[in-house]
Design a protein around this ligand. Structure first.
Ligand code: SAH
Ligand code: SF4
Length: 442
Protein backbone atom coordinates (compact mmCIF):
# COMPACT_ATOMS: atom_id res chain seq x y z
CA UNK A 1 0.00 0.00 0.00
CA UNK A 2 1.50 3.40 -0.89
CA UNK A 3 1.66 6.35 1.49
CA UNK A 4 -1.13 8.25 -0.25
CA UNK A 5 -3.77 5.59 0.24
CA UNK A 6 -2.73 4.50 3.70
CA UNK A 7 -5.58 5.26 6.09
CA UNK A 8 -5.23 5.99 9.79
CA UNK A 9 -7.60 5.56 12.70
CA UNK A 10 -7.79 6.97 16.18
CA UNK A 11 -9.97 5.47 18.92
CA UNK A 12 -10.70 7.59 21.98
CA UNK A 13 -12.06 5.61 24.92
CA UNK A 14 -13.96 6.85 27.97
CA UNK A 15 -14.94 4.91 31.07
CA UNK A 16 -14.20 1.36 32.16
CA UNK A 17 -12.06 -1.55 30.97
CA UNK A 18 -15.03 -3.00 29.10
CA UNK A 19 -14.75 -0.02 26.80
CA UNK A 20 -10.99 -0.49 26.53
CA UNK A 21 -11.70 -4.05 25.51
CA UNK A 22 -14.26 -2.94 22.92
CA UNK A 23 -11.64 -0.53 21.57
CA UNK A 24 -9.22 -3.44 21.15
CA UNK A 25 -11.82 -5.41 19.20
CA UNK A 26 -12.58 -2.41 16.97
CA UNK A 27 -8.87 -1.83 16.41
CA UNK A 28 -8.51 -5.48 15.37
CA UNK A 29 -11.22 -5.07 12.75
CA UNK A 30 -9.78 -1.82 11.43
CA UNK A 31 -6.33 -3.30 11.06
CA UNK A 32 -7.85 -6.10 9.00
CA UNK A 33 -9.13 -3.33 6.73
CA UNK A 34 -5.51 -2.10 6.53
CA UNK A 35 -6.05 0.96 8.71
CA UNK A 36 -3.12 1.89 10.95
CA UNK A 37 -3.32 3.58 14.37
CA UNK A 38 -2.23 7.19 14.79
CA UNK A 39 -1.95 9.38 17.88
CA UNK A 40 -2.82 12.76 16.49
CA UNK A 41 -6.56 13.29 15.82
CA UNK A 42 -5.75 15.79 13.07
CA UNK A 43 -3.92 13.16 10.98
CA UNK A 44 -6.61 10.50 11.26
CA UNK A 45 -9.04 9.50 8.50
CA UNK A 46 -11.37 7.92 11.03
CA UNK A 47 -11.95 8.96 14.66
CA UNK A 48 -14.11 6.74 16.89
CA UNK A 49 -15.29 7.73 20.36
CA UNK A 50 -16.22 4.87 22.67
CA UNK A 51 -18.42 6.60 25.20
CA UNK A 52 -19.35 6.03 28.84
CA UNK A 53 -22.78 6.71 30.34
CA UNK A 54 -22.14 5.81 33.97
CA UNK A 55 -21.94 9.43 35.15
CA UNK A 56 -22.92 12.73 33.62
CA UNK A 57 -19.38 14.06 33.77
CA UNK A 58 -18.19 11.45 31.24
CA UNK A 59 -21.04 12.45 28.91
CA UNK A 60 -20.13 16.13 29.08
CA UNK A 61 -16.56 15.29 28.09
CA UNK A 62 -17.84 13.42 25.04
CA UNK A 63 -20.02 16.34 23.92
CA UNK A 64 -17.01 18.65 24.28
CA UNK A 65 -14.83 16.30 22.25
CA UNK A 66 -17.38 15.95 19.44
CA UNK A 67 -17.49 19.75 19.16
CA UNK A 68 -13.71 19.82 18.97
CA UNK A 69 -13.65 17.16 16.23
CA UNK A 70 -16.12 19.22 14.19
CA UNK A 71 -13.36 21.73 13.54
CA UNK A 72 -11.17 18.96 12.09
CA UNK A 73 -14.06 17.80 9.96
CA UNK A 74 -14.45 21.30 8.53
CA UNK A 75 -10.82 21.26 7.47
CA UNK A 76 -11.01 17.70 6.18
CA UNK A 77 -14.49 16.74 4.95
CA UNK A 78 -13.32 13.17 4.27
CA UNK A 79 -12.71 12.59 7.96
CA UNK A 80 -15.12 9.92 9.23
CA UNK A 81 -16.44 10.54 12.75
CA UNK A 82 -18.05 7.69 14.67
CA UNK A 83 -19.59 7.58 18.15
CA UNK A 84 -20.25 4.26 19.85
CA UNK A 85 -20.46 2.77 23.32
CA UNK A 86 -22.81 3.13 26.26
CA UNK A 87 -24.10 6.66 25.57
CA UNK A 88 -25.24 5.93 22.05
CA UNK A 89 -26.67 2.54 23.05
CA UNK A 90 -29.49 4.52 24.71
CA UNK A 91 -31.96 5.33 21.99
CA UNK A 92 -32.88 8.79 23.26
CA UNK A 93 -29.22 9.76 23.57
CA UNK A 94 -28.48 8.39 20.08
CA UNK A 95 -31.29 10.53 18.66
CA UNK A 96 -30.03 13.55 20.51
CA UNK A 97 -26.52 12.97 19.18
CA UNK A 98 -27.84 12.73 15.64
CA UNK A 99 -29.85 15.94 15.97
CA UNK A 100 -27.25 17.96 17.78
CA UNK A 101 -24.29 16.78 15.68
CA UNK A 102 -25.69 16.03 12.19
CA UNK A 103 -22.15 15.83 10.83
CA UNK A 104 -21.46 12.57 12.69
CA UNK A 105 -20.98 9.80 10.14
CA UNK A 106 -21.71 6.76 12.29
CA UNK A 107 -23.60 6.26 15.54
CA UNK A 108 -23.53 2.71 16.90
CA UNK A 109 -24.14 0.94 20.21
CA UNK A 110 -22.54 -1.72 22.37
CA UNK A 111 -24.14 -4.79 20.76
CA UNK A 112 -22.99 -4.24 17.19
CA UNK A 113 -19.24 -3.70 17.46
CA UNK A 114 -18.60 -6.46 14.96
CA UNK A 115 -20.77 -4.71 12.35
CA UNK A 116 -18.40 -1.77 12.32
CA UNK A 117 -16.74 -2.54 8.95
CA UNK A 118 -20.19 -2.62 7.29
CA UNK A 119 -21.24 0.60 9.00
CA UNK A 120 -18.03 2.21 7.79
CA UNK A 121 -18.69 1.13 4.21
CA UNK A 122 -22.26 2.44 4.44
CA UNK A 123 -21.05 5.78 5.83
CA UNK A 124 -18.50 6.18 3.07
CA UNK A 125 -21.25 5.67 0.51
CA UNK A 126 -23.74 8.08 2.09
CA UNK A 127 -24.09 11.71 3.09
CA UNK A 128 -26.40 10.85 5.99
CA UNK A 129 -25.48 9.70 9.48
CA UNK A 130 -25.49 5.91 9.60
CA UNK A 131 -27.22 4.95 12.81
CA UNK A 132 -27.46 1.39 14.08
CA UNK A 133 -28.44 0.56 17.63
CA UNK A 134 -29.42 -3.04 18.33
CA UNK A 135 -31.68 -3.34 21.32
CA UNK A 136 -30.67 -6.91 22.05
CA UNK A 137 -27.37 -8.47 22.79
CA UNK A 138 -26.27 -10.83 20.01
CA UNK A 139 -24.54 -14.17 20.28
CA UNK A 140 -21.06 -13.98 21.75
CA UNK A 141 -18.64 -14.03 18.84
CA UNK A 142 -15.33 -15.75 19.46
CA UNK A 143 -11.96 -15.48 17.72
CA UNK A 144 -12.26 -11.79 16.94
CA UNK A 145 -8.96 -10.18 16.07
CA UNK A 146 -7.84 -7.80 18.80
CA UNK A 147 -5.08 -5.25 19.03
CA UNK A 148 -3.79 -5.35 22.57
CA UNK A 149 -2.26 -2.31 24.23
CA UNK A 150 1.11 -3.68 25.29
CA UNK A 151 2.89 -7.00 25.31
CA UNK A 152 2.77 -7.42 29.07
CA UNK A 153 -0.74 -7.13 30.45
CA UNK A 154 -3.97 -8.09 28.69
CA UNK A 155 -7.66 -7.96 29.47
CA UNK A 156 -9.97 -10.81 28.69
CA UNK A 157 -13.70 -10.36 28.91
CA UNK A 158 -15.19 -13.46 30.50
CA UNK A 159 -18.78 -12.26 30.58
CA UNK A 160 -20.89 -9.48 29.21
CA UNK A 161 -23.81 -7.57 30.72
CA UNK A 162 -25.28 -7.36 34.19
CA UNK A 163 -28.47 -8.64 35.83
CA UNK A 164 -28.26 -6.71 39.06
CA UNK A 165 -30.11 -3.49 38.38
CA UNK A 166 -28.63 -1.43 41.18
CA UNK A 167 -31.09 1.45 41.21
CA UNK A 168 -28.54 4.16 40.28
CA UNK A 169 -26.85 2.29 37.44
CA UNK A 170 -27.29 2.46 33.68
CA UNK A 171 -25.08 -0.53 32.87
CA UNK A 172 -27.81 -3.23 32.71
CA UNK A 173 -29.70 -1.03 30.23
CA UNK A 174 -26.75 -0.43 27.92
CA UNK A 175 -24.85 -3.72 28.21
CA UNK A 176 -27.76 -6.15 28.35
CA UNK A 177 -28.15 -9.33 30.42
CA UNK A 178 -25.35 -11.52 31.75
CA UNK A 179 -23.77 -13.79 29.15
CA UNK A 180 -20.75 -15.93 30.02
CA UNK A 181 -18.18 -16.97 27.48
CA UNK A 182 -17.38 -20.67 27.26
CA UNK A 183 -14.60 -21.63 29.67
CA UNK A 184 -12.66 -23.43 26.90
CA UNK A 185 -12.43 -20.24 24.81
CA UNK A 186 -11.27 -18.18 27.76
CA UNK A 187 -8.66 -20.74 28.75
CA UNK A 188 -7.42 -21.07 25.17
CA UNK A 189 -7.14 -17.28 24.93
CA UNK A 190 -5.12 -17.00 28.15
CA UNK A 191 -2.84 -19.89 27.09
CA UNK A 192 -2.23 -18.07 23.84
CA UNK A 193 -1.43 -14.84 25.70
CA UNK A 194 1.03 -16.68 27.94
CA UNK A 195 2.73 -18.31 24.95
CA UNK A 196 3.12 -14.87 23.36
CA UNK A 197 4.95 -13.57 26.43
CA UNK A 198 2.14 -11.82 28.29
CA UNK A 199 2.70 -11.94 32.04
CA UNK A 200 -0.65 -10.79 33.33
CA UNK A 201 -4.29 -11.22 32.46
CA UNK A 202 -7.28 -9.40 33.96
CA UNK A 203 -10.54 -11.29 33.68
CA UNK A 204 -13.30 -8.76 33.13
CA UNK A 205 -17.01 -8.64 33.74
CA UNK A 206 -19.47 -6.33 35.49
CA UNK A 207 -19.92 -9.03 38.10
CA UNK A 208 -17.43 -11.84 37.56
CA UNK A 209 -18.72 -13.75 40.58
CA UNK A 210 -21.85 -14.70 38.71
CA UNK A 211 -19.77 -16.14 35.86
CA UNK A 212 -21.18 -19.44 34.62
CA UNK A 213 -24.71 -19.13 36.00
CA UNK A 214 -26.04 -19.05 32.44
CA UNK A 215 -23.86 -21.89 31.13
CA UNK A 216 -25.28 -25.34 30.43
CA UNK A 217 -22.65 -27.07 32.53
CA UNK A 218 -22.12 -26.69 36.27
CA UNK A 219 -19.11 -24.38 36.19
CA UNK A 220 -18.51 -21.23 38.23
CA UNK A 221 -15.95 -18.46 38.63
CA UNK A 222 -13.93 -20.46 41.18
CA UNK A 223 -13.59 -23.28 38.60
CA UNK A 224 -12.50 -20.76 35.99
CA UNK A 225 -9.86 -19.22 38.27
CA UNK A 226 -8.43 -22.67 39.02
CA UNK A 227 -8.27 -23.47 35.31
CA UNK A 228 -6.69 -20.13 34.36
CA UNK A 229 -4.16 -20.69 37.14
CA UNK A 230 -2.82 -23.65 35.11
CA UNK A 231 -2.42 -21.80 31.79
CA UNK A 232 1.18 -20.68 32.34
CA UNK A 233 0.32 -16.98 32.79
CA UNK A 234 2.20 -15.47 35.77
CA UNK A 235 -0.43 -13.13 37.12
CA UNK A 236 -4.21 -13.26 37.18
CA UNK A 237 -6.45 -10.40 38.25
CA UNK A 238 -10.18 -9.99 37.92
CA UNK A 239 -12.87 -7.38 38.32
CA UNK A 240 -15.52 -6.54 39.37
CA UNK A 241 -16.84 -8.63 42.24
CA UNK A 242 -20.30 -8.12 43.65
CA UNK A 243 -20.28 -8.77 47.42
CA UNK A 244 -23.54 -10.70 47.30
CA UNK A 245 -22.00 -13.33 45.02
CA UNK A 246 -18.64 -14.00 46.69
CA UNK A 247 -18.69 -17.66 47.68
CA UNK A 248 -16.50 -19.62 50.11
CA UNK A 249 -15.41 -21.64 47.05
CA UNK A 250 -14.14 -18.47 45.43
CA UNK A 251 -12.24 -17.34 48.53
CA UNK A 252 -10.65 -20.77 48.70
CA UNK A 253 -9.68 -20.69 45.03
CA UNK A 254 -8.12 -17.25 45.51
CA UNK A 255 -6.21 -18.43 48.56
CA UNK A 256 -4.83 -21.56 46.89
CA UNK A 257 -4.07 -20.47 43.32
CA UNK A 258 -0.55 -19.06 43.33
CA UNK A 259 -0.98 -17.06 40.14
CA UNK A 260 -4.12 -15.30 41.39
CA UNK A 261 -3.02 -11.97 42.85
CA UNK A 262 -3.73 -10.91 46.41
CA UNK A 263 -6.06 -8.10 45.48
CA UNK A 264 -9.82 -7.86 45.53
CA UNK A 265 -11.90 -4.98 44.23
CA UNK A 266 -15.09 -5.26 46.24
CA UNK A 267 -17.40 -2.29 45.67
CA UNK A 268 -19.43 -1.51 48.78
CA UNK A 269 -21.14 1.66 47.42
CA UNK A 270 -22.44 2.77 50.85
CA UNK A 271 -22.10 1.99 54.55
CA UNK A 272 -25.70 2.51 55.61
CA UNK A 273 -28.17 -0.36 55.43
CA UNK A 274 -30.99 2.00 54.51
CA UNK A 275 -29.07 3.30 51.50
CA UNK A 276 -27.78 -0.15 50.50
CA UNK A 277 -31.36 -1.31 50.38
CA UNK A 278 -32.50 1.70 48.35
CA UNK A 279 -29.62 0.96 45.97
CA UNK A 280 -30.84 -2.67 45.63
CA UNK A 281 -27.40 -4.00 46.51
CA UNK A 282 -28.80 -7.07 48.30
CA UNK A 283 -26.32 -7.23 51.19
CA UNK A 284 -26.11 -5.47 54.52
CA UNK A 285 -23.24 -3.60 56.09
CA UNK A 286 -22.87 -6.46 58.59
CA UNK A 287 -22.71 -9.10 55.85
CA UNK A 288 -20.13 -7.07 53.95
CA UNK A 289 -17.92 -6.68 57.02
CA UNK A 290 -18.22 -10.39 57.74
CA UNK A 291 -17.14 -11.13 54.18
CA UNK A 292 -14.11 -8.87 54.58
CA UNK A 293 -13.18 -10.81 57.74
CA UNK A 294 -13.52 -14.14 55.95
CA UNK A 295 -11.37 -12.94 53.06
CA UNK A 296 -8.69 -11.53 55.34
CA UNK A 297 -8.61 -14.71 57.38
CA UNK A 298 -8.02 -16.76 54.23
CA UNK A 299 -5.62 -14.28 52.58
CA UNK A 300 -4.12 -12.10 55.31
CA UNK A 301 -2.06 -9.76 53.13
CA UNK A 302 -4.76 -9.14 50.52
CA UNK A 303 -5.21 -5.60 49.33
CA UNK A 304 -8.79 -4.44 49.21
CA UNK A 305 -10.20 -1.67 47.07
CA UNK A 306 -13.74 -0.44 46.61
CA UNK A 307 -16.18 1.90 44.88
CA UNK A 308 -18.33 4.27 46.92
CA UNK A 309 -21.13 6.62 45.91
CA UNK A 310 -21.98 9.63 48.07
CA UNK A 311 -25.14 11.69 47.83
CA UNK A 312 -27.45 8.86 46.75
CA UNK A 313 -31.07 10.13 46.98
CA UNK A 314 -32.17 10.34 50.60
CA UNK A 315 -28.63 10.02 52.04
CA UNK A 316 -28.60 11.86 55.38
CA UNK A 317 -25.58 12.98 57.34
CA UNK A 318 -26.13 9.94 59.53
CA UNK A 319 -26.09 7.58 56.54
CA UNK A 320 -22.92 9.23 55.33
CA UNK A 321 -21.36 8.80 58.78
CA UNK A 322 -22.00 5.05 58.33
CA UNK A 323 -20.02 5.13 55.09
CA UNK A 324 -17.13 6.91 56.81
CA UNK A 325 -17.13 4.43 59.66
CA UNK A 326 -17.23 1.46 57.28
CA UNK A 327 -14.24 2.87 55.42
CA UNK A 328 -12.43 3.28 58.73
CA UNK A 329 -13.32 -0.29 59.79
CA UNK A 330 -12.28 -2.00 56.55
CA UNK A 331 -9.21 0.18 55.96
CA UNK A 332 -9.20 -0.13 52.17
CA UNK A 333 -5.96 0.22 50.28
CA UNK A 334 -7.71 2.53 47.84
CA UNK A 335 -11.22 3.64 46.98
CA UNK A 336 -12.83 5.02 43.84
CA UNK A 337 -15.35 7.55 45.11
CA UNK A 338 -18.14 9.18 43.14
CA UNK A 339 -20.79 11.81 43.69
CA UNK A 340 -24.14 10.30 42.72
CA UNK A 341 -25.16 11.30 39.21
CA UNK A 342 -28.80 10.75 38.17
CA UNK A 343 -29.07 8.59 35.02
CA UNK A 344 -32.15 8.73 32.80
CA UNK A 345 -34.25 5.58 32.94
CA UNK A 346 -32.92 4.34 36.31
CA UNK A 347 -35.21 4.12 39.36
CA UNK A 348 -32.97 6.34 41.54
CA UNK A 349 -33.25 9.24 39.11
CA UNK A 350 -36.98 9.38 39.93
CA UNK A 351 -36.52 9.28 43.70
CA UNK A 352 -37.79 12.43 45.35
CA UNK A 353 -35.09 13.29 47.85
CA UNK A 354 -32.19 14.14 45.54
CA UNK A 355 -29.20 15.41 47.55
CA UNK A 356 -27.92 18.87 46.69
CA UNK A 357 -24.75 18.96 44.67
CA UNK A 358 -22.91 21.12 47.19
CA UNK A 359 -23.69 18.60 49.94
CA UNK A 360 -22.47 15.66 47.84
CA UNK A 361 -19.30 17.51 46.94
CA UNK A 362 -18.54 18.29 50.54
CA UNK A 363 -19.15 14.66 51.57
CA UNK A 364 -16.98 13.43 48.73
CA UNK A 365 -14.17 15.62 49.92
CA UNK A 366 -14.41 14.32 53.50
CA UNK A 367 -14.49 10.75 52.23
CA UNK A 368 -11.44 11.29 50.03
CA UNK A 369 -9.51 12.85 52.90
CA UNK A 370 -10.25 9.86 55.09
CA UNK A 371 -9.22 7.39 52.38
CA UNK A 372 -6.01 9.31 51.67
CA UNK A 373 -5.05 9.02 55.34
CA UNK A 374 -5.83 5.30 55.38
CA UNK A 375 -4.03 4.62 52.07
CA UNK A 376 -0.95 6.36 53.46
CA UNK A 377 -1.09 4.29 56.65
CA UNK A 378 -1.57 1.04 54.71
CA UNK A 379 1.41 1.90 52.51
CA UNK A 380 3.58 2.77 55.50
CA UNK A 381 2.84 -0.66 56.94
CA UNK A 382 4.60 -2.12 53.88
CA UNK A 383 7.93 -0.38 54.56
CA UNK A 384 10.58 -3.06 55.08
CA UNK A 385 8.52 -5.79 53.43
CA UNK A 386 9.62 -7.78 50.40
CA UNK A 387 7.35 -7.57 47.36
CA UNK A 388 7.28 -9.24 43.97
CA UNK A 389 7.01 -6.65 41.19
CA UNK A 390 6.01 -6.96 37.58
CA UNK A 391 8.21 -4.28 36.02
CA UNK A 392 6.27 -2.12 33.57
CA UNK A 393 9.12 0.15 32.39
CA UNK A 394 10.55 3.59 33.13
CA UNK A 395 8.47 5.69 35.52
CA UNK A 396 6.40 8.37 33.77
CA UNK A 397 7.30 11.12 36.22
CA UNK A 398 10.93 10.19 36.77
CA UNK A 399 12.50 8.26 33.86
CA UNK A 400 15.61 7.52 35.95
CA UNK A 401 13.49 4.99 37.85
CA UNK A 402 11.56 1.92 36.84
CA UNK A 403 7.97 1.28 37.84
CA UNK A 404 6.27 -1.96 38.66
CA UNK A 405 3.22 -3.31 40.42
CA UNK A 406 3.09 -5.52 43.48
CA UNK A 407 0.84 -8.57 43.64
CA UNK A 408 -1.52 -6.30 45.61
CA UNK A 409 -1.55 -3.91 42.61
CA UNK A 410 0.47 -1.11 44.23
CA UNK A 411 2.77 1.02 42.16
CA UNK A 412 6.45 0.90 43.22
CA UNK A 413 9.26 3.05 41.82
CA UNK A 414 12.84 1.79 42.08
CA UNK A 415 16.25 2.17 40.48
CA UNK A 416 17.34 -0.65 38.18
CA UNK A 417 18.44 -1.50 34.64
CA UNK A 418 15.81 -1.03 31.92
CA UNK A 419 16.27 -4.66 30.79
CA UNK A 420 14.18 -5.63 33.79
CA UNK A 421 11.09 -4.29 32.02
CA UNK A 422 8.55 -7.06 31.61
CA UNK A 423 10.11 -9.24 34.32
CA UNK A 424 9.11 -10.27 37.81
CA UNK A 425 11.63 -9.01 40.36
CA UNK A 426 11.84 -8.92 44.17
CA UNK A 427 12.17 -5.51 45.88
CA UNK A 428 12.23 -4.25 49.44
CA UNK A 429 9.93 -1.31 50.19
CA UNK A 430 11.85 1.67 51.54
CA UNK A 431 9.43 4.58 51.44
CA UNK A 432 5.70 5.17 51.24
CA UNK A 433 3.50 7.87 49.78
CA UNK A 434 -0.28 7.99 49.64
CA UNK A 435 -0.66 6.50 46.15
CA UNK A 436 2.68 4.80 45.54
CA UNK A 437 5.76 3.26 47.09
CA UNK A 438 9.51 3.36 46.62
CA UNK A 439 11.71 0.31 46.85
CA UNK A 440 15.12 -1.19 46.14
CA UNK A 441 16.04 -4.31 44.22
CA UNK A 442 16.96 -7.25 46.38
N1 SAH B 1 -20.12 -3.54 37.80
C1 SAH B 1 -19.30 -2.82 38.62
C2 SAH B 1 -19.05 -1.37 38.27
C3 SAH B 1 -20.01 -0.61 37.47
S1 SAH B 1 -19.77 1.10 37.22
C4 SAH B 1 -19.82 -2.98 40.01
O1 SAH B 1 -20.92 -3.38 40.25
O2 SAH B 1 -19.09 -2.69 40.92
C5 SAH B 1 -18.43 1.57 38.25
C6 SAH B 1 -18.80 2.35 39.43
O3 SAH B 1 -19.42 3.57 39.07
C7 SAH B 1 -19.81 1.70 40.35
O4 SAH B 1 -19.24 0.76 41.19
C8 SAH B 1 -20.38 2.87 41.11
O5 SAH B 1 -19.63 3.14 42.27
C9 SAH B 1 -20.23 4.03 40.13
N2 SAH B 1 -21.52 4.45 39.60
C10 SAH B 1 -22.38 3.73 38.84
N3 SAH B 1 -23.48 4.45 38.56
C11 SAH B 1 -23.31 5.66 39.15
C12 SAH B 1 -24.11 6.84 39.23
N4 SAH B 1 -25.29 6.92 38.65
N5 SAH B 1 -23.60 7.89 39.91
C13 SAH B 1 -22.40 7.82 40.51
N6 SAH B 1 -21.61 6.73 40.47
C14 SAH B 1 -22.06 5.66 39.80
FE1 SF4 C 1 -24.25 -1.44 37.76
FE2 SF4 C 1 -24.84 -2.79 39.94
FE3 SF4 C 1 -24.50 -4.09 37.62
FE4 SF4 C 1 -22.41 -2.99 38.85
S1 SF4 C 1 -23.69 -4.66 39.65
S2 SF4 C 1 -22.91 -2.85 36.69
S3 SF4 C 1 -23.26 -1.17 39.76
S4 SF4 C 1 -26.11 -2.64 38.12
Amino acid sequence: MNAQTQKYYKIITYGCQMNEHDAEVLAGQLEQLDYLPIDNDAEADLVILITCAVREHAEQRVYGKIGELYRLKQENPNLVLAVGGCMSQQEDVAKKLKQRFPYLDIIFGTHNLTHFPELLRAAQASQETVLEILDREGEIREHLPQVRQDGLKAWTTIMYGCNNFCTYCVVPYVRGRERSRQPESIIAEVKDLASRGYQEVSLLGQNVNSYGKDLAQDYDFADLLRAVNETGISRIRFMTSHPKDISPRLIEAMATCEHVMEHLHLPVQAGSNRILQAMNRRYTRERYLQLVDEIRTAIPDISLTTDIIVGFPGETEEDFADTLSLMETVRYDAAFTFAYSPRGGTPAAKMLEQVEEAVSKERLQRLNELQARISMERNQELIGSQQELLVEGPSKNDPSRLTGRTRGNKLVHFIGPEELSGQLVPVRITQAQTWNLFGELI
